[in-house]
Design a protein around this ligand. Structure first.
Ligand SMILES: Nc1ncnc2c1ncn2[C@@H]1O[C@H](COP(=O)(O)OP(=O)(O)OP(=O)(O)O)[C@@H](O)[C@H]1O
Ligand SMILES: [Mg+2]
Length: 297
């Protein structure tokens, strides 16, 4: 398949996998593609002369992320979710397969081109406590991805940091404070502000609300939903919690032991999960599937 061409274009009529219709803005190439991705970790030798054992964390993963159609990845602990996020962000090279950002392989880019391309794809990490450097003021933390792009003066960085803090519902007085002065939910807002500052098209969020209380989870998810609407951000949202993904995503892929075992709109997965692992996920939800939407709103 030509990587620049969406696989489901036929006769000039474009249908997204969930049944959406042609939108010129959303046509080729997808914001993000994952093609035949596999990843193996080399483990320590168990015998002096033996081969190094390997752990297969991902195997033959294919995904596409189209503008405006957020995709959720759900899977149990150890299923390969964070590995997938790191490979998608080009923080690690895959063992095989490739990742394309708007049709381009970040691994083929030169350093300057890669830096510029990173503007369009930002990440929010799971742990709002560990992800923010405790020695830096919020202004510096939030502006970091912008500073890494080069070209913005200190004053401009501060102005933009204030702007994104407001967009996530925090006062600009936060600029001169330190991370320890904020609650978990506020820290996750700060992490989201940092991801927003370069005005990315894609945000990869790895378990963005797992460390938060359920009531705060709903606030952060609602904020993420609003940002998607206001700024056209598309999420690759990773979670072990089907309810979280259901809240924010148009499509869901279920990752089980490193492989995608099921893929489709969340409502369909809830109604008629095809794979035994998806059935187990749905059964494990604290509420009946129909109640999930309200559970987090
Ligand atoms: N650096 C590493 N070296 C060796 N094995 C690793 C490494 N990182 C992850 N793994 C293994 O790869 C598999 C997938 O790990 P990964 O962190 O991607 O899972 P996950 O789905 O994000 O889990 P969790 O929900 O607990 O965050 C696991 O078996 C894990 O032990
Ligand atoms: Mg993880």
């Amino acid at each position: 398949m030509n990587p620049g061409t969406p696989e489901n274009v036929t006769n000039n009529h474009y249908q997204t996998s969930a049944g959406g219709h042609f939108d010129p803005e959303n046509s080729a190439p997808p914001l993000l593609q994952v093609q035949g991705l596999a990843h193996r970790y080399a483990l320590p030798r168990t015998r002096l002369w033996g081969p190094r054992p390997q752990l297969t964390a991902l195997e033959d993963v294919h995904l596409s992320l189209h503008a405006g159609r957020s995709l959720g990845i759900v899977g149990a602990s150890g299923s390969g979710k964070s590995t997938l996020a790191r490979l998608v962000m080009a923080l690690e090279p895959p063992s095989s397969g490739r990742v394309l950002w708007a049709g381009q392989d970040p691994r083929q880019m030169g350093a300057a081109e890669l830096r510029r391309a990173r503007r369009h794809i930002q990440m929010v990490f799971q742990d709002p406590f560990g992800a923010l450097d405790p020695r830096q003021r919020i202004a510096r933390i939030v502006a970091e991805p912008l500073a890494a792009q080069g070209g913005a003066s200190r004053a401009e960085q501060r102005r933009r940091a204030a702007e994104v803090l407001e967009q996530v519902g925090l006062a600009t007085s936060a600029l001169d404070q330190y991370p320890h002065e904020f609650s978990g939910g506020q820290r996750q807002r700060i992490a989201i502000a940092r991801a927003l500052i370069t005005r990315p098209r894609v945000i990869v969020a790895d378990e963005p609300v797992s460390a938060l209380d359920v009531s705060v989870q709903a606030q952060v998810l609602n904020l993420m939903q609003q940002l998607a609407r206001d700024f056209g951000v598309t999420y690759l949202l990773i979670s072990h919690d089907l309810a979280v993904v259901h809240h924010l995503c148009d499509e869901v892929a279920v990752l089980h032991q490193g492989r995608i075992v099921e893929h489709g709109p969340p409502a369909r997965l809830f109604r008629s999960p095809a794979h035994s692992y998806t059935r187990a996920l749905v059964a494990a939800l604290p509420l009946a599937p129909g109640a999930v939407q309200t559970h987090l709103s």
